[in-house]
Design a protein around this ligand. Structure first.
Ligand SMILES: Cc1ncc(COP(=O)(O)O)c(C=O)c1O
Length: 360
């Protein structure tokens, strides 16, 4: 059917969700395609969620006060500086809708989180995609060169999805020094809990120093609440007030709010899981390098292998081994850390690929 609509929407590439685990005969399947936390929710979180079931007939608290006040103590910022969203994807959407419309530009690294072009085009603004360096890191000088008087937002994704590379403090400060102080710089740190790079920028520190920094964090990854959809932004109070105006009313469910508070209560337990994932990542990377793979040092709960034209052929091997991984055609494959058993299968597949000359 033909219908009247905004033509720019036709240019948006559909978001490709990570595929479910494939069913390969005789092998155990694992889903490693969406950077999820492989662990089941903690019992304490499940209990809290169960306790909230009899309130499903009521709308949630729109301000998310229990989460906001708890976070405020946890990260030592005023509640006025915190805004919740239905995942950090929603707070990023709120920010873009607030800042950029037709004729405005949003500068971000590419390749990076697939939602950025969707959100920017959805707002009617223009994406300025700055290619990553050949090492898969942000090209900060090129991002600075891409600034113009139309720039309304600059996005830093640390660690970057899908390359898992970290942005150093020096690089972040160089960028902030070049961006006018009335243009917001968003630090999307969905995976910061996994980042062990001693040189990394820390967005919360930058927020305390610079007037134009907004931070996006999520409960989806380290906290393992991807299915409940809750994330938050930390930013200057007047930016947060304006973001609330464009937020979707009641977007964050009561259950998500309750699970977030229960997860904050249990963070020590969750943190030991994060540390396990980090050790697994380091184990896998060490083994991959021994196999001959040259992969960028991962700082999130996933790693990236660059395969160019060989991507599709290599991807098939993972499917045959019962693994779903995230394939970027003609570019490479992003693989999330899973249970040890899943990671061992990843290593076996990578070994066979390396033996067949795929490693580079
Ligand atoms: C870089 C980055 N930012 C933000 C998100 C959004 O996460 P959520 O909306 O689940 O909080 C993701 C999810 O994959 C991501 O990779």
């Amino acid at each position: 059917m033909t219908f009247k609509h905004r033509p720019e929407i036709d240019t948006i590439p559909a978001y490709k969700q990570g595929k479910p685990a494939p069913s390969a005969p005789g092998v155990r399947n694992f889903k490693l395609s969406s950077n999820e936390n492989p662990y089941q929710p903690l019992d304490s979180v499940k209990d809290a969620i169960e306790g909230s079931l009899d309130r499903i007939n009521r709308y949630p608290d729109m301000s998310g006060w229990n989460v906001v006040s708890r976070l405020s103590k946890e990260i030592d910022v005023a509640p006025e500086n915190i805004q919740l969203g239905c995942g950090s994807t929603e707070v990023i959407t709120q920010l873009v809708n607030l800042l950029a419309g037709p004729g405005d530009e949003v500068v971000y690294p590419w390749r990076s989180f697939e939602a950025y072009p969707i959100i920017v085009t959805g707002a009617g603004a223009t994406s300025v995609q700055v290619p990553l360096t050949p090492e898969g890191t942000h090209d900060i000088d090129a991002m600075i060169a891409a600034l113009s008087d139309r720039t309304r937002l600059v996005v830093v994704n640390n660690p970057n999805n899908p390359t898992s590379t970290s942005v150093s403090d020096a690089q972040a400060r160089k960028l902030l020094a070049a961006v006018p102080s009335d243009v917001i710089v968003l630090f999307d740190e969905a995976y910061f809990q996994f980042n062990t790079d001693t040189d990394t920028s820390v967005a919360m520190d930058l927020f305390r120093e610079f007037p134009n920094v907004v931070v996006a964090h999520t409960f989806s990854k380290a906290y393992g609440l991807a299915g409940l959809r809750i994330g938050y932004a930390v930013g200057p109070a007047d930016v947060i007030v304006a973001m609330r105006k464009v937020s979707l009313p009641f977007a964050v469910s009561n259950m998500a709010q309750i699970a977030a508070v229960a997860s904050l209560d249990a963070y020590d337990e969750l943190d030991s899981r994060v540390q396990n994932i980090v050790s697994e990542r380091d184990r896998v990377v060490t083994a991959l390098r021994k196999q001959g793979w040259k992969i960028p040092q991962p700082q999130a709960n996933f790693f990236w292998i660059s395969l160019g034209e060989k991507t599709a052929t290599a991807a098939q091997r993972f499917v045959e081994a019962g693994l779903s991984v995230r394939v970027f055609d003609r570019e490479g494959i992003r693989i999330s850390m899973g249970e040890s058993e899943a990671n061992d299968v990843v290593l076996q597949v990578c070994k066979s690929l390396a033996d067949d000359g795929f490693a580079s």
